[in-house]
Ligand binder design. Structure first.
Ligand SMILES: Cc1cc2nc3c(=O)[nH]c(=O)nc-3n(C[C@H](O)[C@H](O)[C@H](O)COP(=O)(O)OP(=O)(O)OC[C@H]3O[C@@H](n4cnc5c(N)ncnc54)[C@H](O)[C@@H]3O)c2cc1C
Length: 406
């Protein structure tokens, strides 16, 4: 397949297998996502068949290990796929990224039985996942979440906080989550709740909750600026019963589980943002050749050429950092700092490049007809979710200063 104008020079250090993966994802995105992306955005329409088609390609478990039934892509391979999806349709990229995000922790912290009965339908694309952390009073400060999991014994009595965990037969969830992507369409929800608010982050515990569980329902749908074809909604827990076998990891391990999943998910979002930036750059560059003003193509105006060069610099830098984070993950290294750097850099790059693309298209860029403004709206969300870019500055500063202290 021909390289696009924004591909890295040469093969970008990719293996033949990685190039094949990228090209397959590019063809899929061109065929299945791009033609309907604008219409689905306009109508705020979620299309479940897209998820099924992704599953046919193995994308519903793309970076998960083969040992649990995943496709076993390298993390770098996964970022190549996400860049292609993000370039065509960020809403579908986010939908898949969240589905993967909700499965990672089950791979790492789940029991063999949970691998089997929780992951199998998700990997097969029969069940869509959601990751449920944010609450009305706990966004950036996720450790302040209030959704409560009371501990219930065999006799149906509530257990005190200091009773041993093996005495717990089931948990009952009460509380509200907001901004949960893929809800209410998702079938399987990874939910974080506290068994003891006094313990702060050490009380947070992860639960696997199925749609249809009595006492678990949906509230308002978020009316979003961008990624409008990927739904997001409020979750309401009113005594939802979760058997002890559906607790993920140990009691009190939930915060660590959430943070480790997010570190991986941020690389995936960074890659999709590289896709947004690349798409904006490609479309703007083509437009500058096509559009004439003052008797010559816009592409001859140095002021605009310099904008194109800066856009290309943004995309290439964001991609390089994203690939570095993915390669670090593939090598099994700690990725907290790098994934924050990648997500912060790539989402800011996507926002700047998409905004410049709107400018280069002039009035046509501001029109909803060309789809350029959609890139700008979609990029904005990525500066906010999976940790705002202010929180990433905090994470990076914390790591750098920790090293400086020695
Ligand atoms: C499109 C979209 C999809 C989402 N999907 C999901 C999902 O699937 N699951 C989920 O659990 N959540 C999801 N979220 C929620 C998202 O994670 C939160 O919106 C985000 O963490 C920020 O929390 P908040 O909205 O409460 O903002 P706040 O935390 O209230 O922040 C408000 C402002 O204050 C700044 N701020 C806060 N604390 C600090 C600090 N210590 N230092 C400097 N600045 C700070 C923030 O950067 C921000 O600018 C989604 C959000 C969006 C927009």
């Amino acid at each position: 397949m021909a390289a696009t104008i924004a591909d890295p020079p040469g093969a970008g250090g990719l293996t033949a297998e990685e190039r094949l993966l990228r090209d397959t994802a590019r063809e899929f995105a061109a065929r299945e996502l791009a033609p309907t992306a604008a219409e689905r955005d306009e109508a705020e329409r979620f299309d479940r068949t897209i998820f099924s088609r992704m599953a046919e390609l193995g994308l519903s478990g793309a970076p998960l290990p083969e040992s649990v039934g995943g496709a076993g892509f390298s993390y770098l391979g996964w970022t190549l796929v996400m860049e292609e999806l993000g370039a065509a349709d960020m809403a579908s990229a986010v939908m898949l990224s969240v589905h993967i995000l909700s499965q990672y922790p089950v791979v790492t912290f789940g029991t063999a039985a949970q691998h089997e009965d929780w992951l199998t339908p998700m990997l097969a694309g029969e069940a869509l996942g959601a990751f449920c952390l944010t609450e009305p009073h706990a966004g950036s400060d996720a450790a302040a979440l209030r959704t409560h999991a009371s501990r219930i014994d065999e006799a149906g009595e509530e257990l005190p906080a200091d009773a041993p965990a093996d005495a717990v037969a089931e948990y009952r969830l009460h509380g509200t989550k907001i901004w949960i992507s893929n809800a209410p369409e998702a079938d399987r929800y990874l939910v974080f709740a506290t068994i003891d608010p006094a313990k702060g982050p050490k009380g947070i515990t992860a639960f696997l909750v199925e749609k249809g569980t009595p006492g678990f329902g949906f509230g308002a749908h978020e009316r979003k600026m961008g990624i409008r074809a990927c739904p997001a909604a409020e979750l309401i827990f009113d005594g939802a019963v979760v058997p002890a076998s559906r607790r993920l990891g140990e009691e009190g391990q939930g915060y660590r589980i959430a943070l480790s999943a997010l570190a991986e998910g941020r690389i995936s979002i960074a890659a999709a943002c590289v896709g947004i930036g690349r798409s904006a750059l490609e479309q703007a560059a083509a437009y500058l050749h096509q559009r004439t003003a003052f008797g010559a193509p816009l592409a001859e105006l140095q002021g605009l050429r310099f904008m194109v060069a800066e856009m290309a610099r943004e995309v290439a830098s964001a991609r390089a950092l994203t690939h570095e984070a993915a390669r670090a993950k593939d090598r099994g290294e700690a990725i907290g700092e790098l994934s924050s750097l990648a997500k912060w850099t790539a989402s800011d790059a996507a926002m700047r490049v998409a905004t410049d693309a709107v400018q280069l298209f002039g009035g046509s860029g501001y029109s909803r007809e060309t789809g350029i403004e959609r890139l700008m709206r979609d990029a904005k969300g990525a500066q906010i979710y999976e940790g705002t870019n202010q929180i990433h500055r905090e994470i990076v500063a914390g790591e750098v200063l920790k090293r400086a202290r020695g």
